[in-house]
Design a protein around this ligand. Structure first.
Ligand code: HEM
Length: 497
């Protein structure tokens, strides 16, 4: 019988760190394979002089236990906050009452009708006035384009508009450089780096201000400046709208500007929600909230769209079915549907597209792993004992590729998996389709993201067929969000309708 932990060599002094570092470039696939071999859960041992021991699992019952059934015993904890310190006290890193307060305020703001309408309008406008014109030019000039870069720009513009009512206009044909976007990328990379080197090592680098930690400090300064400007602008807008005054002309802000027209953004809504409760949303709360939302909602949607378009481009029969479904639902309808810029309600009709997007998000979850900290000792459903203050890591990537959950064809891209015999959408419990997390801390942007992805997919696939540039390498990057290391280089052709 296999000694369950022997799949990964546990070296004297160094523990399993050599395995982790040797396989880092393809760590998610390695983790999925190892977890499969050991029955779903592994006790990882770090070097003896570090506190790098943790339990890693992809067993859906363990995940259900940690995220829902025994939710109260698993928080983010101090280590999470240290690694993700750029999030401050924002919802992603917060625990207990701080988290509850953020979650309630954010949830009620995001449910508001005006917010939903403003969100829909922002996405539609961005597709119509920036995304499709840019792709038109690329196609007309016969150029190659990196779709991942296009989506990163698209999502940065939309998330800034949605959260702060400010469009940085990164998506333009001259692909402008935008210093704040690069600062965000630097912060994400350093946060990933802090996961794979012992804590004492990155702390020393931080203290000495060298390597990635130096870059992190500089990037954070840049970002804090950006967020401070956004907070001030949102406050001014709320005061102006309360006074019923006309919104002033944009001020200069780096290489971009504040939008000309009033906008029902999340920031303004949050400020007003707090006021209704007799509280004042202080600058730090708004800064941390903005950072959390920008980080949570920017690269995640980019990742989802990039892997989706790659899968569709390499599965022509799926592409044909998506286009057919769009045609059947909307092509003969009244109104301006020549570009297929649909709304959120219309997006719900596209069941096959929904299946294809869920399938892409299952195979390539934008957040491939996550972790929690056990407060008291516990026993997982798999029988593993958890001591107090142990980090429990769960691989969303490995859950999405578990044969036990998805069947023998788990590696196939099959949108049909999500469609019932009567043509409806099959509901998969969130601890199995874990891409948006599960339990009380389920992603607050789940519906928003699915709608946005469908709206973009519908417009792009209706207007273009996409071919991946021959020989272009496809592999995941090393960061906290699963993007493509070399981007997604494609050529476009106008679709014959
Ligand atoms: C495809 C897109 C997305 C995916 C796959 C995704 C996935 C996730 C995951 C896995 C978590 C749990 C993170 C953790 O606990 O550390 C999360 C949390 C969260 N997400 Fe998303 N997300 C997406 C888009 C968005 C968007 C667009 C927004 C908002 C604009 C958003 C807002 C949030 C918030 C506020 C949380 C924290 C919830 C809490 O802790 O209570 N997400 N998301």
């Amino acid at each position: 019988r296999l000694n369950k932990n022997s799949v990964v060599t546990n070296w004297p002094f160094l523990g399993m760190l050599p395995y982790l570092l040797r396989n880092l470039s393809n760590i998610h696939d390695h983790a999925a394979r190892v977890l499969d071999l050991v029955g779903g859960t592994l006790e990882f041992k770090g070097p003896w002089f570090t506190k790098m021991n943790f339990v890693v699992t992809c067993d859906p019952m363990n995940v259900h236990h940690i995220l829902s059934q025994n939710f109260g015993n698993y928080n983010k904890g101090p280590d999470f906050r240290e690694v993700f310190e750029a999030f401050g006290d924002g919802i992603i890193a917060a625990d207990a009452d701080e988290w509850k307060r953020s979650r309630e305020t954010m949830h009620s703001s995001m449910r508001q009708r005006n917010f939903q309408l403003s969100l829909e309008r922002s996405i539609q406008e961005k597709v119509k006035s920036c995304l499709l014109p840019l792709l038109d030019q690329v196609q007309e000039r016969g150029m190659q384009v990196n779709l991942q870069d296009v989506f990163r720009r698209f999502t940065f513009d939309t998330i800034c508009s949605i959260v702060m009512g400010f469009d940085p206009k990164c998506l333009a044909i001259d692909f402008p450089r935008f210093v704040y976007r690069r600062a965000f990328d630097q912060v994400s990379q350093t946060m990933f780096y802090r996961h794979v080197v012992p804590k004492c090592f990155w702390k020393l680098q931080k203290w000495l201000q060298i390597g990635p930690e130096k870059k992190m400090t500089e990037a954070r300064k840049t970002l804090d400046h950006f967020l401070h400007e956004c907070v001030t602008s949102a406050r001014n807008e709320v005061s102006r709208s309360k006074e019923g005054k006309k919104v002033e002309e944009p001020q200069s802000m780096g290489s971009s500007s504040i939008p000309e027209k009033p906008h029902f953004d999340l920031f303004a809504t949050l400020i007003m929600e707090e006021e209704k409760k007799g509280k004042v949303a202080d600058d730090k709360f708004l800064r941390d909230t903005a950072f959390s939302l920008l980080a949570a909602g920017r690269d995640t949607i980019t990742s989802g769209l990039t892997w989706f378009f790659w899968l569709v481009a390499t599965h022509p029969s799926v592409e044909a079915k998506i286009v057919q479904e769009i045609k059947e639902n909307f092509a003969s309808k009244e109104g301006n549907k020549d570009q297929m810029i649909i709304g959120m309600e219309e997006a719900k009709k596209l069941v096959y597209l929904h299946g294809a997007i869920c399938e892409a998000l299952r195979l390539f979850p934008p957040i491939p792993y996550n972790h929690k900290n056990a407060i008291k000792s516990d026993t997982l459903p798999s029988g593993h004992h958890i001591s107090p203050n142990t980090m429990v890591m769960y691989s969303l990537y490995a859950v999405g590729r578990s044969e036990a959950v998805w069947g023998a064809d788990y590696l196939e891209f099959k949108p049909e998996r999500w469609i019932s015999s009567n043509g409806g959408i099959i509901h998969v419990p969130s601890y199995k389709f874990i891409t948006f997390n599960a339990g009380p801390r389920t992603c607050l942007g789940k519906n928003l993201s699915l709608s946005e992805m469908k709206m973009v997919a519908c417009a792009v696939l209706w207007n273009y067929s996409i071919t991946v540039v021959e020989g272009h390498p496809i592999s995941p990057n090393l960061s906290i969000v699963l993007l493509m290391r070399y981007g997604l280089k494609v050529r476009l052709e106008k679709r014959e309708k």
